[in-house]
Design a protein around this ligand. Structure first.
Ligand code: NAP
Length: 282
């Protein structure tokens, strides 16, 4: 039987540490605060921001949300970001994706002050990560690295295959793993012979958003499988991995829910505390 990589348990441990960090900051008169912007009424985003708000309040991080009408103009969104950049009581700013297609999300990410960019999506932070310089690391890749480290999975020299090349998961994750000396291959919708590539992976990470896409014939015996996918079916949440079948073949696997998801939120809280600490140093 494989070892189940328990993201829920590890995130609990990290959140306990964050709570202590927040208390220390409070004693110095700093009250870490996260501002979340959501545009429109995407139902999944509503759940995500509710979870973020709850997680903040549990560790003592202050939280303020800005729900904008889906018809908002780009300059109004940028104006709000500028206002939040200048507010001294706000340490972290997060723009919940997706936003309506007519708005330019990359332009919005560019506007977020790099010192408050707790999601790490400002291209300056992205570039720093690529160059292995200190920066905010996007929360999902950061959470995956923490989970791999907790279970002492050797990254140096490991053959890692990532399914998915999005700016929020696949690409920054590849940078994180390269920075840890792994050999990284990224597959996407145009990749040929995916099974041939995935079945050679020591560590296979799927972030494509296709329910039960990864089947047992796609994984190597004894591999580590990380499932980032969150797919809402009528029967409930499932990942990208056909968990019941794949688990019999691998050494380590993350469940959905309870794997990568809770780690993402824990690393967001972590990044807000880093931002609050950095502001103190300025
Ligand atoms: P995304 O922006 O839609 O990107 C999906 C990626 O998968 C794209 O690069 C796409 O390739 C690739 N892809 C799609 N179908 C494929 C196929 N059949 N074979 C190979 N590659 C394929 O998605 P995302 O935002 O990265 O999210 C991916 C999944 O992770 C979603 O289920 C999302 O809900 C989940 N997620 C979970 C967390 C968490 O905390 N657990 C955080 C973020 C996202 P192209 O580039 O060629 O189109």
């Amino acid at each position: 039987m494989p070892i189940i990589m328990d993201g829920k348990e590890l995130s609990k441990k990290i959140r306990e540490q964050i709570k202590e960090e927040v208390k220390k900051l409070n004693k110095k008169g700093i009250n870490p605060k996260l501002a979340v912007i959501m545009v429109g009424q995407d139902p999944a985003s509503k759940i995500y921001i509710k979870n973020k708000s709850k997680a903040c309040s549990e560790v003592g991080i202050k939280y303020e949300e800005f729900i904008l009408n889906e018809n908002i103009k780009m300059d109004e969104l940028l104006k709000l970001i500028k206002k939040l950049n200048s507010r001294k009581d706000i340490h972290g700013i997060l723009l919940q994706s997706p936003i309506p297609k007519k708005l330019d999300i990359n332009k919005a990410f560019e506007e977020i002050d790099i010192a408050k960019d707790v999601d790490g999506f400002n291209p300056i932070n992205t570039g720093k990560l690529l160059q292995n310089k200190e920066s905010f690391i996007p929360c999902t890749p950061y959470g995956i690295i923490k989970l791999l480290e907790e279970y002492k999975i050797k990254l140096e020299g490991a053959n890692v295959v990532i399914l998915g090349r999005s700016n929020i998961v696949g690409k920054p994750l590849a940078s994180c793993l390269l920075n840890k000396n792994a050999t990284v291959t990224i597959c996407h919708s145009k990749t040929k012979n995916i099974e041939e590539i995935t079945s050679k992976a020591d560590i296979l990470i799927s972030a494509i958003g296709k329910p039960k896409y990864v089947t047992e014939n796609m994984v190597k015996q004894g591999a580590v499988v990380i499932d980032v996918g969150i797919n809402r079916l009528q029967t409930g949440l499932v990942g990208d991995v056909d968990y019941e079948k794949v688990k019999n073949k691998v050494a380590y696997i993350t469940p959905v829910p309870g794997g990568v998801g809770p780690m993402t939120i824990a690393m967001l809280l972590n990044n807000v505390v880093i931002a609050a600490n950095n502001i103190e140093k300025i």
